[in-house]
Design a protein around this ligand. Structure first.
Ligand SMILES: Nc1ncnc2c1ncn2[C@@H]1O[C@H](COP(=O)(O)OP(=O)(O)OP(=O)(O)O)[C@@H](O)[C@H]1O
Length: 461
């Protein structure tokens, strides 16, 4: 920091004495009255001002000095003002501090003490500047894996940073692909449990009859006849002991298991399947769902008491279309990382591609972006990804002169919807079927009929 000091002093003798107190690394300017002091303040922007309160036209009083102090605090609030008063003038010194001066110095002049006080003011100004710069630079987020620039997402990230160290049960809600699991991991990584296990289970992906033993484990001999039961096995809850348990798609948890989970959350003990000896477990629970849990409670599909237990804190992750400017920022970052991964590091978006990215509604959020940009990275010719490489067309086939009949329109619509559901659900057939409102076998029939790929083009990012 270039140090600049303004000395406001009307006595020419004192002015030059004060000048001599400061080493060469401080640029010193002197002013004798309020007007010239304000001119210097504007021109040199000193970090520190020493201000003699007794200025003309009231050199015996302090009115002009106080008026100037008020001006400085108003015009340059970060400037540190050291008020210089007479020996017996404690009262005015205290008043000046109350008005915003950072320190005071009492005459007669003692070079060592004045230098000490002024250097301390410079140090304070420097620390405050560093602090402001740090605060300003926090326009991104330090959460690993999260690319965000929108105020909506940045404020959510700040919340995550606050929630993480507190051992509260947290519910993360938001549309599919918005980053709920990423945030759950961030909560774990930023908590005091970070060096212990993060154990995740997707309640929608595991058949109901297996979910209980997956979660709670089972005791030796629990399932008569089953070979694996000879040994017994710890469930995900026990495996997370000391760490964090992430229950994804909690809204899909079967009713019977909801009661058992509630008991665990209340008493922090679990009963393995086939066991009568409860096991004490210390885990932090983070849940996520893309479903509206309040609606599920209203329709009787989710226990109200469990809902209150899991949502001590609720984090609502905005969809990509609700984040101002994030679609483009995330797309650029994905193009860079996928380009590197797929050996096409020079790729950039054309203007029409950028336009398409910003106007598309991204119903599958970041996961859909990954799939679309991965495809475009592979398909792009030359060094530019254009809108057609992204395949963001939303226009439906209509009965114009180019369409044969209603069956063709219907098939086209079905094909588009299925592709969309598969990409949105990251090719999870059960989830895609649910999105489409059909059964899994029907979805398989349709993907066979339309020869639609049931797995992504290349492996995940
Ligand atoms: N802000 C982001 N920046 C970069 N990548 C992101 C961001 N948000 C999510 N992702 C990536 O998008 C993909 C989907 O994220 P994640 O699995 O956390 O979403 P989700 O909300 O849990 O989805 P679902 O509800 O379908 O389980 C992951 O590969 C994740 O790394």
């Amino acid at each position: 920091m270039d140090k600049r000091l303004l000395i406001v002093e009307d006595d020419p003798g004192l002015q030059s004495q004060m000048r001599w107190c400061f080493s060469d690394n401080i640029e010193v300017t002197v002013a004798s009255d309020r007007e010239s002091a304000l001119t210097s303040l504007r021109r040199f922007e000193p970090q520190v001002v020493t201000l003699d309160l007794g200025l003309p036209p009231d050199p015996g009083g302090a009115t002009e000095g106080f008026a100037l102090l008020e001006d400085i605090v108003r015009l340059a609030p970060t400037t540190k003002v050291v008020v210089v008063t007479g020996r017996e003038d404690r009262e005015n010194a205290v008043k000046a501090i109350g008005m915003g001066a950072s320190d005071f110095y009492q005459k007669p002049l003692d070079g060592d003490i004045l230098t000490f006080v002024v250097n301390r003011a410079f140090r304070l100004a420097e620390l405050e500047l560093e602090n402001r710069e740090l605060a300003q630079n926090r326009n991104g987020t330090s959460i690993k894996g999260i690319v965000a620039a929108s105020p909506q997402m940045l404020s959510l990230c700040r919340m995550v940073e606050k929630v993480a160290p507190a051992d509260v049960t947290t519910l993360i809600i938001g549309e599919t692909g918005t980053g709920k699991e990423l945030l759950a991991r961030a909560i774990h990584d930023m908590s005091h449990r970070a060096d212990k296990t993060f154990s995740a289970i997707n309640c929608a992906a595991i058949p109901e009859n297996l979910l209980e033993s997956e979660l709670f484990g089972y005791e030796k001999g629990a399932f008569t006849g089953a070979t694996q039961s000879k040994k017994g096995k710890k469930g995900k809850i026990e495996m997370a002991n000391g760490g964090t348990l992430f229950l994804d798609e909690i809204g899909d948890m079967p009713m019977a298991l909801q009661a058992k989970l509630l008991r665990f959350l209340q008493e922090r003990v679990i009963d393995r399947v086939g066991s009568v000896n409860p096991v004490q477990v210390d885990v932090r629970v983070v849940c996520a769902t893309h479903r509206n849990v309040e609606d599920l409670v209203a329709s009787g599909e989710f226990r109200e008491d469990l809902y209150y237990r899991i949502s001590e804190i609720t984090l609502d992750v905005p969809s990509v279309r609700e984040r101002d400017g994030d679609a483009m920022v995330i797309a650029q970052s994905l193009l860079k990382s996928l380009g590197k991964q797929l050996d096409r590091p020079q790729l950039s978006f054309t203007e029409d591609a950028a336009q398409a990215i910003q106007s598309y509604s991204w119903p599958g959020n970041v996961r859909e972006m990954i799939n679309k940009i991965k495809r475009a990275t592979i398909m792009a010719e030359g060094k530019r990804v254009c809108a057609s490489d992204l395949q963001l067309r939303t226009d439906q086939a209509t009965l114009d002169g180019n369409v044969l009949n209603l069956r063709q329109v219907r098939e086209e619509a079905e094909r588009t919807a299925i592709n969309h559901a598969l990409q949105t659900s990251n090719y999870n057939m059960a989830q895609a079927a649910r999105l489409l409102g059909i059964t899994r076998p029907t979805l398989y029939n349709l993907t066979d009929k339309y020869k639609i790929e049931t797995s992504p083009v290349v492996s995940d990012v």
